[in-house]
Ligand binder design. Structure first.
Ligand SMILES: [Zn+2]
Length: 329
């Protein structure tokens, strides 16, 4: 169980069956991991309809658990990754920006009332960090920074072999650190956060701004036809060699790299894992990002044993992380 003062992860002696739940803005995925197996034996996936409130989502989760897990609940634990700030100790979700109607929802209690099993909830990026740490790109390391870059930027910090939670479980929001006081408004309402300057929507926005300012790209015709240009479009153009697309992505990568240098000073990690849709750009993102990190470091000793690696679990990081959350915490 969570405790406010200690958060040591330890393997329990008894075999544990887990239903892991990844509550995303688009899909609700659940998977059954029996007998300490790190691989799921069965899975369900249902769309998370935007209009559904917490009651409907809880009912969906309960249905998934009933489909996946055996009737005997004695050895069963439920781990849930939730997209939004939450208190993992109280089990209360403060809000979820992509799921309307979620405000101070006692998710842990609601689920425990319905499924007679112990429930652990965690912030989705923290949960993905646990997955990459135990079963993915950061296996074996004790000090890990995890960054996921997609529509937003989420993070997780493993320090000294423990997930950093903070007093209310709100630590590790690596996307909401200031990079430009005069920057764009962030999804959280503040201005100039990393997420607002370097996540997918920022890449698309900056690309459109530079086109509007007169620069040219192979995507110019699409903009003239008033089609929306997404970060994925910019990524594909960059992969095809479009100079403007490459420049916009390099700028975002540098912003992230400079911020990573600050994080390296704060946490002195052994591994930095970068995941999320934008990370699939590979070297187009990683090379300028790593260069900016190295250029911004205060002493080369930070870099001696530092590895910067792409996430290994892909879309399964949330599910596998929720399994780790349920089993080890
Ligand atoms: Zn923010």
């Amino acid at each position: 169980v969570y405790s406010r003062t200690t958060f040591t992860l330890c393997y329990t002696a008894a075999m544990l069956n887990v239903v892991a739940v990844d509550l995303g803005g688009t899909n609700l995925r659940a998977a059954y991991f029996p007998d300490d197996d790190p691989r799921p034996h069965s899975q369900t996936k249902t769309p998370t309809k935007a209009y559904e409130g917490p009651e409907a989502v809880v009912a969906r989760i309960v249905r998934s658990i009933e489909e996946l897990a055996p009737a005997d609940r004695r050895e069963l634990r439920i781990g849930v990754g939730v997209p939004g700030p939450l208190d993992p100790v109280a089990g209360v979700v403060f809000e979820t920006p992509n799921l309307p109607g979620w405000l101070n929802v006692p998710l842990k209690q609601l689920l425990q009332d319905h499924c007679q099993a112990a429930v652990v909830i965690g912030n989705d990026a923290n949960v993905a960090a646990l997955g990459e740490w135990r079963h993915g790109a950061a296996r074996g390391a004790n000090d890990v920074l995890y960054l996921t870059i997609s529509t937003g930027i989420g993070g997780g910090v493993i320090t000294g072999g423990r997930l950093l939670l903070g007093v209310k479980g709100l630590a590790g929001e690596l996307g909401h650190m200031l990079v430009d006081p005069d920057g764009a408004v962030c999804g959280c309402g503040q201005r100039g956060h990393l997420e607002a300057e370097a996540a997918g929507p920022a890449i698309a926005r900056k690309f459109r701004e530079r086109l509007a300012a007169g620069e040219s790209s192979e995507l110019t015709n699409r903009l003239n036809a008033s089609a929306e240009i997404s970060a994925a479009d910019v990524g594909r153009a960059a992969e095809a060699g479009d100079p403007l697309a490459r420049s916009v992505i390099e700028d975002a990568a540098q912003i992230i790299g400079r911020q990573l240098a600050s994080l390296v000073h704060a946490f002195n990690p052994q591994v930095i894992v970068v995941g999320g849709g934008v990370s699939t750009l590979g070297p187009l993102l990683f090379e300028p990002m790593e260069r900016a990190l190295r250029n911004g470091i205060m002493h080369p000793a930070y870099l001696t044993d530092l590895k910067i690696v792409p996430a290994a679990l892909g879309d399964d990081a949330g599910l596998i992380g929720a399994m780790v959350l349920a089993r080890e915490i």
